[in-house]
Each structure stands twice: as structure tokens, then as C-alpha cells.
Design a protein around this ligand. Structure first.
Ligand SMILES: [Zn+2]
Length: 96
């Protein structure tokens, strides 16, 4: 399974924890699990560590989107083999 989390380092206690890349959008904030300081995630943050985290998160999200884009294609191929293939293929596209 693809690892969809990014390592975040707390600016105060320097402990590292992992956060889902999907959550790490501009304006997102979360507490450090160790010292409970609130970290604010912003691509324009004055904190270089945060900026790096945002960049990694964006790369992970791009990779996730690519992986997801490939899934319905595979599904369509498999379902196309069935008798109701064309109908189910349309459905799969709607969900994508
Ligand atoms: Zn901390």
C-alpha cells in the first residue's frame, strides 16, 4: 500500500510524527502529539520546516491522484469482459 503520510517535525520539541498528506493543506493546523503546541500548515509559512512539509505533502497528493487515476481504468477493463460491461464502465467513470 502506498504511504500517504508525510513526516512533520515539531518546531518546539523537535519530535517527529506523521500526518496524512491529504490533510496538509493551506490553513490546516494540528497539535504536536508530544508537547501539544499547535502547528499551522501554510505554504507561505515563515517556518522552513513547514514549507518543506507542504511541498512533500503536495508531491504525495500528486502521486495519490496518479494512482487513483489508474484504478478506474483497470476496473473498466475487467468489467468490459462481462455482458453488462459498457453500462458498468459508465458508472465507474461517474464515480471517478
Ligand atoms: Zn512538539
Amino acid at each position: 500500500m502506498f504511504d500517504d503520510s508525510v513526516q512533520v517535525r515539531c518546531r518546539r520539541c523537535k519530535s517527529a510524527f506523521r500526518e496524512r498528506a491529504r490533510r496538509l493543506q493551506n490553513g490546516y493546523s494540528r497539535q504536536c502529539p508530544t508537547c501539544e503546541v499547535v502547528l499551522f500548515f501554510d505554504e507561505d509559512s515563515h517556518d522552513q520546516t513547514i514549507r518543506r512539509v507542504m511541498r512533500s505533502a503536495r508531491q504525495v497528493r500528486a502521486a495519490l491522484r496518479e494512482a487513483e487515476a489508474e484504478q478506474p481504468r483497470r476496473k473498466r477493463v475487467l468489467r468490459g469482459a462481462g455482458r453488462r460491461g459498457s453500462y458498468e464502465a459508465a458508472e465507474a467513470e461517474d464515480n471517478a
